[in-house]
Design a protein around this ligand. Structure first.
Ligand code: SF4
Ligand code: SF4
Length: 457
């Protein structure tokens, strides 16, 4: 057996080791006095124990290292293993069909950086004929699968989905009924909303069929003052307190993710102020177990930009700085007693995100198909329509379907590959060649994150 090439060793200040396997996410704590023994076990140089009980104990330890992918069989090529997982997951039909759908591109807010402003092809809500085409498109994909593999996972985005509730409801009913008629399992998932239109009666409708929403993502652009300068209603009214009020209501029904937007000037102290401002409204209490804060890095979505600014000129934070910031904000949240999630950093992934999987689509309000929700509604990223299906002759489609980190030398040699699998394909397409902007942030602070997560250090 050989030691896995995807081990990360984080050393504590007392000399202990925390060892993380990128292949399995297993974590091993080796105290300082056992490090030599650990190395010997990995190198296969442990002297044969004369005591049968000790020999049995060594064998058990080696066996557990093997199951945790700390030790790997000699004939296993780990890179090929990850590559095989990647291609299997991309074209597998055992995963649920995943859809993110925008019933409307209308919105009642006018955030300056919003990608919807670039989505000029989609000015309004989905028409009734497009709603039927969405139902048929999804129905055909489901019908092509054996009945026991017919599963569908639907999330909602926009525009603002709640800006046109009749269209939203009609679309959800069409999809739910189609799913039911085919004996498929419908898994309602998340709703990305600015939250300002949430009401008690509406929430009672959203948690049952045809929506079955389990999670609502709300967004704050920073502390009250900054948020209110960026995330403004069409009426020019501030929205921070309004959104916090809706958060207090919605958390009684569903899990809440509070996404806090990050630009290049974001500091941990700004996040502290966000938490203070939210706690002050009473929307979140430190005992809440279903409200989780996380960061969302603003980045360029426009094809013509260079990752330095968003389409509206807001400066973008580099990914390595963002990595350190996310960890610092996790510390801030812990001290404040609120839940915080660092995204996608310690668990092995089969694919970097759903955009490269065949059974994953975003659908905009005109019925255009895309692969990434960040590029929803943008003509250049359209891969087909719900009426005609995806077009294999469309270059935008190839960008996703032939995304392959295993041809990039930097990824092949990267210790973080099993946890990243090539990073964000959208950024990889848009960032300058050789840039690490598409890498997942966890790469840059993996050791520090492990020590924080497991020892609070
Ligand atoms: S994108 Fe970056 S972090 Fe991800 S595997 Fe490639 S080099 Fe590593
Ligand atoms: S391509 Fe990038 S931005 Fe789009 S869903 Fe994937 S990770 Fe997110």
């Amino acid at each position: 057996m050989q030691q896995s090439r995807y081990l990360t060793v984080a050393e504590r200040s007392n000399g202990d080791w925390l060892i993380h396997s990128g292949l399995s996410a297993a974590v091993l704590h080796v105290t300082r006095d056992k490090i030599a023994e650990f190395k010997a076990l990995c190198e296969g140089t442990v002297p044969t124990a004369t005591d049968p009980l000790l020999a049995l104990a060594y064998n058990r330890v080696i066996d557990s290292f093997h199951r945790a992918n700390i030790l790997i069989d000699d004939d296993v090529d780990e890179l090929r293993l990850i590559e095989s997982r990647f291609f299997k997951a991309r074209f597998s039909n055992t995963q649920p069909l995943m859809f993110t759908i925008a019933p409307t591109m209308r919105c009642n807010l006018a955030c300056s950086y919003c990608y919807a402003a670039e989505a000029t092809a989609c000015p309004s809500s989905m028409s009734q004929s497009t709603i039927q085409q969405v139902g048929n498109f999804i129905g055909n994909l489901l019908a092509a699968r054996p009945e026991h593999l017919r599963r569908i996972n639907v999330s909602w985005a926009g525009g603002e989905p709640l800006a046109d509730i009749p269209t939203f409801t009609s679309l959800a009913e069409e999809i739910f009924n189609k799913t039911e008629s085919l004996g498929a399992l419908y898994w309602g998932n998340g709703l990305v909303t600015n939250g300002t239109l949430l009401e008690e009666k509406l929430l009672n409708q959203l948690i049952v069929q045809p929506f079955k929403i389990r999670l609502i993502q709300l967004t704050l652009d920073g502390p009250r003052a900054l948020h209110d300068s960026r995330r403004i209603a069409l009426t020019k009214k501030p929205t921070f307190d309004l959104i916090c009020g809706k958060m207090a209501l919605a958390k009684q029904y569903v899990d809440i993710h509070v996404r806090v937007h990050v630009d290049a000037n974001f500091e941990p102290s700004r996040f502290q102020q966000v938490i203070d401002d939210v706690l002050q409204t009473g929307a979140v209490e430190t005992c809440d177990t279903n409200v989780t804060f996380h960061l969302g890095r603003l980045h360029c979505t426009s094809l013509s930009l260079n990752c330095q600014t968003t389409g509206s000129g807001i400066p973008v934070m580099s990914v390595d700085r963002y990595s350190a910031l996310e960890l610092e904000c996790a510390r801030v949240a812990k001290a404040a007693g609120v839940r915080f999630g660092m995204q996608d950093w310690a668990e092995p992934l089969d694919v970097p995100c759903g955009s490269v999987q065949e059974a994953n689509y975003v659908i905009d309000a005109e019925g255009n198909l895309g692969k990434c929700w960040e590029s929803m509604g943008m003509d250049k990223d359209t891969v087909g329509t719900v009426n005609c299906g995806p077009s294999f002759h469309c270059s935008a489609y190839h960008k996703w379907l032939d995304f392959n980190p295993f041809v990039r030398a930097t990824c092949r040699e990267c210790n973080y590959l099993p946890l990243c699998v090539g990073g964000c394909p959208l950024q990889a397409d848009r960032a300058p060649q050789g840039s690490c902007e598409s890498c997942k942030p966890g790469k840059f602070t993996l050791k520090e994150r492990l020590l924080f997560q497991h020892f609070g250090e």
